[in-house]
Design a protein around this ligand. Sequence first.
Ligand code: ITT
Length: 203
Amino acid sequence: MPDSKAIFVATKNAGKLHELRALFSGSGWRLETFGGYADVAEGTTSYAENAALKAAALREQLVAAGIAEAVLGDDSGIEVRALGGRPGVRSARYGGDGATWAERRALLRAELAASDSPDRGARFVCALHFISSDGSTVGVERDVAGLVADKDRGTAGFSYDPTFWYPPAAKTFGELSEEEKNAVSHRSRAVAALLGAAHFRRD
Ligand code: ITT
């Protein structure tokens, strides 16, 4: 394989970064982080907009540091149908800043129970926004459907994974191995779409 080229990822989320690195392995790209990456204030409108905001902010910060490389932003979330799609773009902040992930997952189940809806349908969504070193952009968005589990099951993955029941595997994402999650997840589908985009270029 020719020398890999760098993509700097605009994230402070270690779980995301870990998954993205695995999903890009063998693609010819190597994923890097920038120590000085200053998080952006995210909007509440769309994943695509937030992913673009993150990528543009990192690109600006890299240029200021004299680095002209490609960048990638990931904005994602979990949407619960009976809650009108919440927490959605606010998933990372659901339950307040001080809440633990176990508390956020429990709160989500409690809210669903309080809604009295029999519908446990949910989906994970991932938007990716890529900016090449010459400034051209590619945006993709993909999802994966599932259900809110009755309780936390498994400890793999991160954040909402233990409470996201994936019917085809009859397990939560928290019970899947890394490879199993990466074969079906919203993020893996978005990465596949990005890598397959006709105008996604490596040079
Ligand atoms: P960065 O903005 O620094 O990338 P973040 O965690 O704030 O990190 P987002 O604003 O995109 O990222 O929030 C996404 C949230 O959605 C994330 O914190 C999780 O709570 C949830 N999420 C997204 N993908 C997930 C996955 O694969 N498994 C579990 N939870 C996920």
